[in-house]
Design a protein around this ligand. Structure first.
Ligand SMILES: *[C@@H]1O[C@H](CO)[C@@H](O)[C@H](O)[C@H]1NC(C)=O
Ligand SMILES: *[C@@H]1O[C@H](CO)[C@@H](O)[C@H](O)[C@H]1NC(C)=O
Length: 462
């Protein structure tokens, strides 16, 4: 059971006798404003990190197309010897995997983020190895860049290409001083590189991790660091790339970031959060929808994190970042609740995007569209049990009566574990609601049974 109109709570409480239905607190209310038109949906979070098998066509087309996947990101990570990357003189299979993944991305018209640090091989490299620019010698790194650039040209990989310069140095993917890492950005200043990537984009510079929030003057006020500001200034296609792993949110990231950028005199850039969702409790539709609601609010694209590993990275490079599963290769792939939620988001939520405000407890959020026929809302709680509420206001702006009776259809995107199939969204029925004042409020019950469930609602005036 997921929703009950506020005014019918009394009746419900009576009908379920002993079961007390808890009411929501004011901090638990998210609002959809149908009078706000945020433009056409672009499915900003329909993206995955890795998840594409090296064998093209291994995953059937529909799993890409119906979920609307259009952002991809790879570089052959987690392959063991003899494929540990450039720094081990073992780059070939990583490159082949990257090229294959790029071609798969393009097959679906997708954009591709190429992970240089994975081709280079940071996942198998520690302090004892040689790093780019050691002892002031950049010749090896420059050669690495030249090889990659030439291969990008030779393989016609410019369309949709985005270059991710170096991933998350502060998490351990950089074992040298920060100054040396900053020097690395200078090596993208070369006119050849800029020319050949004139139609592609550079993703710079790094993760913003919860340990180091982007506070002005804080340890990660990297926008004030001259090489990065210069890169942003000189290369028009640079995008600010961020990771929100594991607890950052768009608001926390993007607002202070904009202040920092302005203070540094760096030009305004697109932002791309190319890793979202935490490993812990967040692999499920409730968290997926909570995140996508916020990304849509701030107009920021997001790519779904991927926590699969597997022998030689075989699971990392499969299952579309935990959207699909199969127990072994003789079986067909099946989707889980997360894939079903993304499918609904990409294919059913048409029209214009309405305005939204998340609950002030920051645990509940919504994404809404107004199509020719219907108002549709997708909601997610950030994986907690309890009662929240959704207010949909300015109904008249969507051509709905300002009072009367509304039939609300509810579907659930349920989830237990990433491997469990959800063949279709679950139909939770239609409930009738009295409403007035051009708005309607419904309760969202995140019970023990449904704490990972996201909900879709469709409004039908009676
Ligand atoms: C690891 O994966 C790569 C790419 O699929 C493959 O070429 C290589 O043979 C694999 N290595 C092992 C040890 O399975
Ligand atoms: C989603 O859209 C498809 C294609 O128009 C339609 O067949 C399906 O019934 C819709 N699903 C829901 C739950 O509205």
């Amino acid at each position: 059971m997921t929703r009950v109109y506020q005014s019918s709570l009394v009746a419900l409480t009576v009908s379920v006798a002993a079961h007390f239905v808890p009411r929501w607190v004011p901090e638990a209310v998210a609002v959809v404003d149908l009078a706000v038109n945020k433009g056409q949906p672009q499915h900003l979070v329909s993206g995955v990190i890795y998840g594409i098998p090296d064998d093209t066509d291994q995953i059937p087309d529909k799993f890409y197309t119906e979920a609307g996947l259009h952002w991809f990101r790879a570089g052959g990570a987690q392959m063991g010897a003899p494929n540990r990357g450039w720094s081990w003189s073992e780059m070939e299979q990583r490159w082949e995997s990257t090229l294959s993944n790029y071609r798969t991305a393009r097959k679906y018209g997708g954009k591709f983020q190429l992970l240089l640090h994975d081709l280079w091989g940071t996942d198998f490299t520690d302090e004892s190895r040689t790093w780019p620019g050691d002892n002031g010698d950049w010749s090896d790194y420059d050669q690495f860049l030249n090889v990659i650039v030439q291969r990008i040209i030779d393989n016609d990989m410019i369309p949709g290409m985005h270059i991710d310069i170096w991933n998350e140095p502060e998490w351990g993917f950089w074992k040298r001083p920060q100054a040396q890492w900053l020097d690395l950005f200078g090596h993208f200043d070369d006119s050849v590189i800029i020319q050949c990537w004139a139609n592609s984009r550079l993703l710079a510079p790094r993760c913003l991790c919860p340990q180091m929030p982007p506070t002005p003057g804080g340890p990660t006020s990297w926008l004030t660091l001259q090489p990065i500001t210069q890169l942003l200034t000189t290369i028009p296609g640079t995008i600010l790339r961020l990771s929100t792993t594991p607890i950052m949110t768009c608001k926390i990231v993007s607002l202070p970031l904009e202040k920092l950028r302005e203070a540094a005199g760096a030009p305004k850039k697109l932002i791309n959060i190319n890793e979202y969702l935490n490993l812990g409790d967040e692999l499920n539709p409730a968290a997926t929808v909570w995140h996508l609601s916020r990304f849509e609010r701030y107009n920021v694209p997001g790519l779904r994190a991927n926590w699969r590993g597997g022998d030689n990275g075989s699971h990392l490079r499969d299952f579309l970042a935990s959207l699909l599963w199969r127990d072994d290769k003789s079986l067909p792939y099946h989707p889980n609740g997360d894939w079903q939620a993304l499918k609904y988001y990409a294919t059913n939520m048409t029209g214009y995007r309405a305005g939204t405000t998340g609950s002030s407890d920051r645990l509940f959020d919504a994404y809404a569209t107004v199509g020719q026929d219907k108002v549709r809302v997708l909601t997610g709680v950030r994986v907690k049990t309890g009662t929240w509420a959704l207010t949909i206001k300015n109904l008249g702006a969507a051509g709905l009566p300002s009072s009367g009776q509304m039939a609300i259809q509810t579907w659930g995107f349920t989830y237990k574990i990433p491997e469990a199939e959800l063949a279709a969204l679950t139909d939770r029925g239609v409930a009738m609601h009295q409403y007035s004042n051009d708005e309607i409020t419904i309760a969202i019950y995140q019970t023990e049974e449904d704490w990972k469930t996201a909900w879709a609602f469709k409004l039908n005036p009676v």
